[in-house]
Design a protein around this ligand. Structure first.
Ligand code: BGC
Length: 458
């Protein structure tokens, strides 16, 4: 097989998020976030872990930027902690919080690394949650005030903005399944949150355009791909519903100005409805410059009454899995992107997250031979290359994650990083995947031959 060349100007990056890496949870005037509260509540997080120190990136900026530089990325996707900027969610700006991100952005630019900024990656100010968080419509205005502050301050410096990371997780995972902060378990709450997040997204895009800020704006939904287990009508519909839950629920409003009928009916059958007010759908449906896709896994979906919210059981016995037990399904990335292109047109796409947890210890010679992670990336990049060859407007690939970090409710035992972090000493060690990715970036191609591929299908 020959090497696969990526287009000139294709962006290569790595991603992190504020709560997962920064630490410094009470420093320089930062307010509390819902994740500070959630992790400090017993029994929420594996082994009682929390983000008080995390990777301590707040204090290790220079070291981390040097690593990014060595890796050779063209962009770095990071998120801003809202309670560092507005400790109670709105009102007075905290200058020290803004100064930290100014330093980060300036260092990135000095090193020719494009800042790719996520405005909201889940660390809502706790003071806003006390008023209902995104369940409360008033939080939309607090969010736009926060976003506008960032646009003004970083105008000309940050050219890539994503409004929200994974609205599905913000709403359903956190407010219906209760797995993440704030840990609620109510379907109507999840629909309220999802809707208000979408309206906040739309208003922010409007604001960005009206303000004449330079750059591009989009959002980053998490996508999975569910194949129907069989041709039987019930399986076909269950798989369709499950996909619609991740894809259509969060993309139809943005690209078509409406919610998908099948899920509106499905939720109505459970007595839950999105709290749509006059004008909301038009507000949400602002043209965006790109869509960020976070993709990790896919499955077969089989109808099973009462299984999950969609009566759809995962049936993935035949799949290889990461150490997180997530089925590895690179073909699903291909199908999902094709489907998104067919449904919504030729919108520019960035893969804003893709990666795998493998827990590989440091060997006696100091190396971390995380070859399975390399395979995982490689197989997904292969699918992306197929799509590029077919003309998909794919602009870049951002791997999750730059370094091991706090994997939310799963704590520090889950390791997605290209860089290993020892959470006792905070020492960073580059994994073999780091050196592999560095080569891919430097060459702008994926080498499919040679000794470094001998571990495939280990
Ligand atoms: C999130 C990341 C998370 C990753 C791996 C995504 O859902 O955006 O914050 O660490 O997946 O689970």
């Amino acid at each position: 097989m020959s090497d696969l060349v990526f287009p000139e100007g294709f962006k290569w990056g790595v991603a992190t998020s504020s709560y997962q890496i920064e630490g410094a949870w009470q420093e320089d005037g930062k307010g509390l976030s819902i994740w500070d509260e959630f992790t400090h509540t017993p029994d929420h997080i594996y082994a009682g872990d929390n983000g008080d120190v995390a990777c301590d990136s707040y204090h290790r900026l220079d070291e981390d930027i040097a690593l990014l530089k060595e890796l050779g990325v063209s962009c770095y996707r990071f998120s801003i902690s809202w309670p560092r900027i507005f400790p109670t969610g709105r009102g007075e700006v905290n200058p020290a919080g803004l100064a930290y991100y100014t330093r980060l952005v300036d260092r990135l630019l000095e090193n020719n690394i494009e800042p790719f900024c996520t405005i909201y990656h889940w660390d809502l100010p706790a003071a806003l949650q006390a008023e209902g968080g995104f369940e409360n419509r008033a939080t939309i205005d607090a969010y736009t005030e926060y976003a506008e502050t960032l646009f003004k301050h970083f105008d000309g410096k940050i050219k890539y903005w994503t409004t929200f990371n994974e609205p599905w997780c913000i709403s359903f995972l956190s407010n219906y399944m209760g797995i993440q902060a704030p840990g609620k378990k109510d379907l109507q709450t999840a629909l309220d949150v999802a809707h208000h997040v979408l309206v906040a997204h739309g208003k922010t895009v409007q604001l960005f355009r009206n303000g004449g800020y330079g750059g591009e704006i989009g959002y980053a939904p998490n996508v999975t791909w569910i194949e129907q287990y069989s041709e039987c009508q019930e399986d076909v519909e269950a798989a369709r519903r499950q996909n619609a839950w991740f894809i259509e629920w969060f993309m139809d409003p943005v690209f078509k100005g409406r919610y998908p009928e099948n899920l509106l009916d499905w939720f109505a059958g459970k007595n839950a409805r999105p709290p749509v007010l006059d004008g909301d759908m038009a507000t949400i449906a602002q043209p965006i410059d790109f869509i960020g896709i976070n993709y990790y896994s896919g499955n077969l979906g089989k109808y099973e009454a009462g299984r999950g919210l969609m009566d759809c059981a995962n049936f993935d016995e035949g799949y290889k899995r990461t150490d997180f037990k997530w089925a590895i399904y690179p073909e699903g990335l291909h199908r999902a992107l094709r489907y998104i292109q067919q449904s919504y047109g030729d919108i520019p796409i960035y893969i804003t997250e893709n990666g795998a947890h493998y827990d590989v210890p440091i060997s006696a010679d100091g190396k971390i031979r995380d070859y399975k992670r390399i395979d995982y990336y490689k197989y997904h990049l292969l699918q992306l290359h197929r799509l590029l060859a077919d003309g998909l407007d794919l602009r870049g690939y951002i791997a999750w994650s730059f370094m091991d970090n706090l994997e939310w409710a799963e704590g520090y035992r889950i390791k997605f990083g290209l860089v290993h972090v020892d959470f006792n000493t905070l020492q960073r060690t580059k994994k073999e995947s780091f050196y592999w990715y560095k080569k891919v970036i430097a060459n702008n191609w994926l080498n499919l031959t040679g000794p470094e591929n001998s571990f495939i299908e280990e």
